[in-house]
Structures are given as structure tokens and as C-alpha cells.
Design a protein around this ligand. Structure first.
Ligand code: PHE
Length: 455
């Protein structure tokens, strides 16, 4: 990998981003879908995922423009610049063809600035507002709300500030979109915790788009939305309770989130599951029994003392939670496929109205999927996330699922993978010709960008 040189422009952009993040914000204003869909259901920060080699696997050992970066050229022309919270973000700030430390394709840049969570008639906006209502009702005026913090953050904000270990899998180029070696598209809203604490906030909600490289299926999309909640307590708060600070914060956290779950789902059965996050201890997941299944609703915990200490809150305790909006909205609105959130089709958008949580979505399309298989010999650099990025670069949202259906290693030690790609539009029927063309182009791109040998 080339030496990493940060450009002046990049520093400037990050300075602007930082400046915006510190400005005071205006106060405010299942069953089929039982797994995945927006973290914390993607267990990036839980201990269950095996540790992988840091940064090592992203770029195939081949000359540029090899690797998924090459697919940018085939992506739809993206707008030249977008604005988030007053920060202008140009395509060139995010997509850097010549920088080997950048892995952001145009398909991802084209999502920045859309801010689905700020549309009051979009399911994600409706859900965000309903959660706001809960906090307004129960903690009148206490929580500061942020929903347009810039998604471009430093590696320090995204990882170091929340104590993500140096060798944690979530830091890898395979899992995270890097703008350069020091800047990422945030992979969780926890990236804003430290800065908001330093700015003096003690109660806050942060909603925003987050970005993760991932596989393709009906509940995974490389951009989704999270809401982070954070509350700080001072010794006065727990001194009379007979509990220590940690126990007090944990009890308050559970009470607050159980109330939130009832606000969203009604009188449901709930359970707490112990888990691990680098930034909280103890850490929990809340699950609810909904439509005959246990559904994970959010991840949370008592904030690590180190985070409070570093950001001006020694002797305090705090709790934090993070929930994935898509996952909850899919269940609450009966939305069967995560790609629908991005649809501009009136038959989707017109079904929802401001303030109406839980209106059931009526599918308007039963177009059949079309399956195409492709087999190839993989190389050491191959990852499924890279494959999915290439497929999305060609087929966009027509790619519904990419699934490994066969995997074997021959006597010479060569490993073959066979993937089945499901193509389907939710808006129209696709012609045979169109699908055959897509598949041809996908095969070409996979061969050239991932340097695998097609079989
Ligand atoms: N940031 C975590 C995730 O994305 C969720 C979380 C937030 C967990 C805050 C605990 C506290 O998975």
C-alpha cells in the first residue's frame, strides 16, 4: 500500500465537519424480518464475530485500478456536491479514484445527503419522530437532538474515541468505507459521543445515516440509519439511591428503554441479553417477543469510565444506546425489503404519512426474481463484501441477494465459489435481455476488479 498522504483539502473538509459538529443545533424540533437489518443487529461491535486481519484483505495484489474501486466508473453519475448540516461535501471529497486508501464507490456517495430520517412522511422519519415523542413526553426538554451531523468523521471519532481496539474487525477496509487513512464514513452514530460530551451535552439523541460494507440480501444495505441515545448522571443523582453509580445508570437505562419499546410496540414481552461493546460495560441487548419471534431491538450499556474521563466528566456515569431504524421500521410497517426505503416510487412513498407509526405497507409488486449463478476460483484477497460491492456497482438496487451456494477446494488447493444472484425490481418487470446483460457485465466486472478466474 502506498504511503498515506492527507491532502490539504481533506484536512479542510474535516475541519469544517468538526466545526459543524460543535455548533449548537436547533432543539427539535416481524416475524419474517427477524434477523439483521441495521445494527446493532449487525454485530460489528459484539464479541461474537471472529477477529480478522486489519486492513489486509481489501485490495487484490494487482495494479490499480484493480479492486472494487474500479466499479465507480460504471456507477450512475452522482451529483457533484451535497450538503449535510451546512457542510458541502463534493464527490471528490469522498470518492478518490487515485487514492489506494479510499474505498468509497459512487453508489455510496450518491446516498450521502439524502437524509431519509429527516423526511417526516418517510417511515424512517416517522419512526424517529415517534422516538422523539417518547423522550419529549418523559424527559421534557432534557435531550438535545441532532439529526444532521456530517457522516464523514475521523478514524479517531469513529473508533478511538469509543475505545474500539486497534485490531477490531470493524476497522478493516473490508467492513468500513474509508475516505482516506484517517477519515471514514461513520459506521455508527456512537462516533459523535465524545465530541458532544466535550461540548457539554449531558442528554442527547443523535440520528443519522451510517455506512458499512456488507453482503446483499433483503435486510442488509450498505447505508442504513441509527439513533444513539446518551445520558450522563452526576453523583447527586445516585447518592441517595443506595446503589453505586453503575447500578443506578443500568437500572435507569433499562427502565427508559423498556418504556421506549412499549411506546413503539405496545405491551410486548421483553428480555435483556448480556453482550459486549467496546464502549459500554456492562452491555446489553433488548429483545422483544413480536409476531412469534424474539426480535433484537437495540444495543446499549453503561458507558466506559474512560470515555467520560477523557471528555470532561470524571466522577460521572452515563448510559448509551444505539438502535437501527430500518430494522424496527421493517417490522412496524411490514416493509419486506430494505431497498424499499430508498424508493422514490409513489406507490411506496404515498403509503405513509406524518405521525402515523405502524401503517402496514401494501406491496405493489409481485414481480418474480430471476436467478443467475456464477462460479470462480477465488484468490487470497477475495471477500464477499468486495463481491457485493462489484455487483451493486453494476446492478444497483436490482440486486436483491447474493448467496454462496457452493464452495469447494480442489487437490491443487484452489478454492471455487459459486454464487447465486437474485435480480428483481420492486417497481417493474425486468426483461430477459436486461438481466442477461446485467449478468454479463457483472461477470466481466467481477473478473476484472476482483482478479478471480471465472469457471
Ligand atoms: N454503536 C453500537 C452499534 O452500532 C450500538 C451501541 C450504541 C451499543 C451505544 C451500545 C451503546 O452496534
Amino acid at each position: 500500500m502506498r504511503p498515506l498522504i492527507r491532502t490539504a483539502r481533506c484536512c479542510l473538509l474535516r475541519a469544517r465537519v468538526r466545526a459543524m459538529a460543535t455548533l449548537p443545533m436547533a432543539p427539535l424540533a416481524a416475524a419474517a424480518i427477524s434477523s439483521a437489518a441495521s445494527s446493532p443487529t449487525r454485530p460489528v461491535f459484539s464479541s461474537s464475530r471472529p477477529s480478522r486481519l486489519l486492513l489486509a484483505r481489501f485490495f487484490p495484489a494487482a495494479p490499480a485500478p484493480a479492486g472494487p474501486r474500479g466499479l465507480r466508473t460504471s456507477a450512475a453519475a452522482a451529483a457533484a456536491a451535497v450538503e449535510v448540516g451546512g457542510v458541502k461535501i463534493a464527490r471528490d471529497d469522498v470518492v478518490k479514484e487515485d487514492d489506494p486508501t479510499n474505498n468509497v464507490p459512487d453508489t455510496i456517495f450518491s446516498k450521502i445527503g439524502l437524509q431519509l430520517h429527516r423526511r417526516d412522511t418517510h417511515p424512517l422519519g416517522i419512526l424517529k419522530n415517534t422516538i422523539y415523542d417518547y423522550f419529549d413526553k418523559n424527559f421534557a426538554g432534557q435531550f438535545d437532538k441532532f439529526d444532521d451531523l456530517c457522516p464523514l468523521v475521523s478514524v479517531k471519532q469513529n473508533f478511538d474515541d469509543v475505545l474500539v481496539p486497534a485490531d477490531h474487525v470493524s476497522r478493516s477496509y473490508n467492513d468500513t468505507y474509508y475516505v482516506d487513512s484517517q477519515t471514514v464514513l461513520r459506521c455508527h452514530t456512537s462516533a459523535h459521543q465524545a465530541e458532544l460530551l466535550r461540548d457539554g451535552h449531558t442528554h442527547f439523541l443523535v440520528t443519522g445515516d451510517v455506512y458499512r460494507r456488507d453482503s446483499i440480501d433483503s435486510t442488509h444495505y450498505p447505508v442504513f440509519h441509527q439513533m444513539e441515545g446518551f445520558r450522563v448522571f452526576s453523583p447527586d443523582d445516585w447518592s441517595g439511591s443506595g446503589m453505586d453509580g453503575t447500578a443506578y445508570a443500568a437500572a435507569d437505562l433499562k427502565k427508559t428503554l423498556e418504556g421506549l419499546a412499549r411506546h413503539l410496540f405496545g405491551a410486548v414481552e421483553m428480555r435483556w441479553v448480556d453482550t459486549y461493546f467496546p464502549f459500554t460495560n456492562p452491555s446489553f441487548e433488548l429483545e422483544i417477543y413480536f409476531q412469534d419471534d424474539w426480535l433484537e431491538v437495540l444495543g446499549c450499556g453503561v458507558t466506559e469510565q474512560e470515555i467520560l474521563k477523557r471528555n470532561g466528566r470524571t466522577d460521572h456515569v452515563a448510559w448509551a444506546f444505539g438502535l437501527g431504524l430500518e430494522r424496527l421500521a421493517m417490522v412496524l410497517f411490514d416493509i419486506p425489503d430494505i431497498r424499499l426505503f430508498w424508493s422514490n416510487d409513489k406507490r411506496f412513498t404515498s403509503q405513509f404519512s406524518e405521525g402515523k407509526l405502524g401503517v402496514k405497507f401494501k406491496p405493489f409488486s409481485k414481480f418474480p426474481p430471476c436467478y443467475k449463478d456464477m462460479s470462480f476460483w477465488i484468490n487470497d484477497a477475495f471477500t464477499e463484501n468486495n463481491l457485493c460491492e462489484v455487483v451493486r456497482g453494476i446492478a444497483g438496487d436490482l440486486a436483491e441477494e447474493v448467496k454462496l451456494i457452493d464452495n469447494f477446494t480442489n487437490k491443487k488447493g484452489m478454492t471455487s465459489h459459486c454464487y447465486r444472484i437474485a435480480y428483481r425490481s420492486m417497481e417493474r418487470s425486468l426483461t430477459d435481455e436486461e438481466i442477461n446483460n446485467l449478468q454479463l457485465n457483472v461477470r466481466e466486472a467481477v473478473k476484472n476488479k476482483l482478479n478471480v478466474e471465472l469457471r
